[in-house]
Design a protein. Sequence first.
Length: 495
Amino acid sequence: MGKILICALAITGIATAAHAADLGVDSLKDPVPDNLTWHGVTLYGTIDVGGVYQTKGAGVSGNYPGGLDYTISGAKGLTHSLTSLGESGMEQSKIGVKIEEGLGHGWVAVGKLEVAFNPLSGELVDGLGSLVRNNGQIPLAQNSNGDSSRAGQAFAGPAYAGVSNQTYGTLTFGRQQSLMLDALANYDPQGLPYAFSILGYSGFAGGAGDTEVSRWDNSVKYVYQYGPLHAAAMYSDGGADTGLFGGGYGFNVGGTYKGFSIDAIYQKEKGAVSASALSQTACGPALGTVCPNEVSGTISDNTAWSVQGKYTFDFGGGFKDEPGSKLTLFAGYENIDMANPSSPVAAGSETLGGYVLYSVNNTNYYTDRVEWIGWGGAKYEVGAWTFTGAYYHYDQAAFLTGSATGTCTSKTASNVTSSKTPVAAGSSVMKFYGDTTASNCAGTLNDASFVVDYRFNKHFDVYAGVNYSDVGGGVASGYAATSQTSFMTGARLKF
């Protein structure tokens, strides 16, 4: 029944779009003004809702970004199919203000404040809050959850101000996307949606290894454009409540030539936090304890570099009044190296959103953890239609964890023993659940997607798509299922 419902929604959405195409886009009146600007201040927003069917899924979460586990990544307890309403599949639902006010002599004051929310629940987006709601629960009992740079802050998106000049560049201060995330937004074929891109669903790539630092608090960013060339630099001193205790810096250089665009990015972070829900052996019903504002944290110093590019073939207009079309090809590669922090973080410290690190692991990487991410895809645009396909691949090299004896083999043997050991005498809850391959073994992740989008006008579109993902080796450690297929169709209103 669930499959039939979602398929019906998808067919209805595309059929409606096709009928609209017959009528002509211009024949449908757009009730939303082109912009909501007053004295240089523009109000903007997005509401994105739809329906979802998943071959393996967990219950919707009111505060988790996107509400659902749209890919298998990080979702260890998925065992049953799921039919549900969905949200923010193509774009994070949000409301914000953007400032562009002339100051004279070519200078412009710029700024941005953005609130991220889940439209189905009305809650602020809060990845760490979704972890807390699953503290002490075995994977099978958990709903959708995961770490995020959005942690229930009033402004979980950008919150910055600065000045811009066409000659001298743009300088901004505050909470801003990392340079790596900026590049991914430009070179991900799907455009970083939660439902159809592992680069969008997980901030792992944008945060150079840790999703909490895909956005940097207390940061300064400078962007400069000279003809077809551009460059950028970024710095943050980090600190408590930021997810980046030791600070970070990054650089970007790139350029465009006709239809070709390329960027190279380098990013360094110290004291980056990766948070997770507390296990049943630390907190929760099995122990009769409650941890209302606490999570577990792994700390690392991260170094990443990336090269990303795209090329657009513009085919121009069709016959007579038919709209033109264009094809854009995308490709990218990122290398990430994670090491033990040079300055350990103490248990009891606060990370993003004021959440407390109940337990802290500063020694997870006896040898560096190295990952490679590669992707490619194509987007074809014709008239109001857009067709996008993408493939993403992730490789992890084996690494030693904790000590010289923390090998893949020894840790896997320990997991096998723990998977047979109950938390307490007589309990059916095991200390380790799912695939017993150790997380520090070599492993892979694959993610592939295809999306059809129809734009009625500049403010409203409908979409339908499918995403397939699987994990193997150490990346699958603790997973009940190692693959998932997710179908989503939805509608997006932008103003």
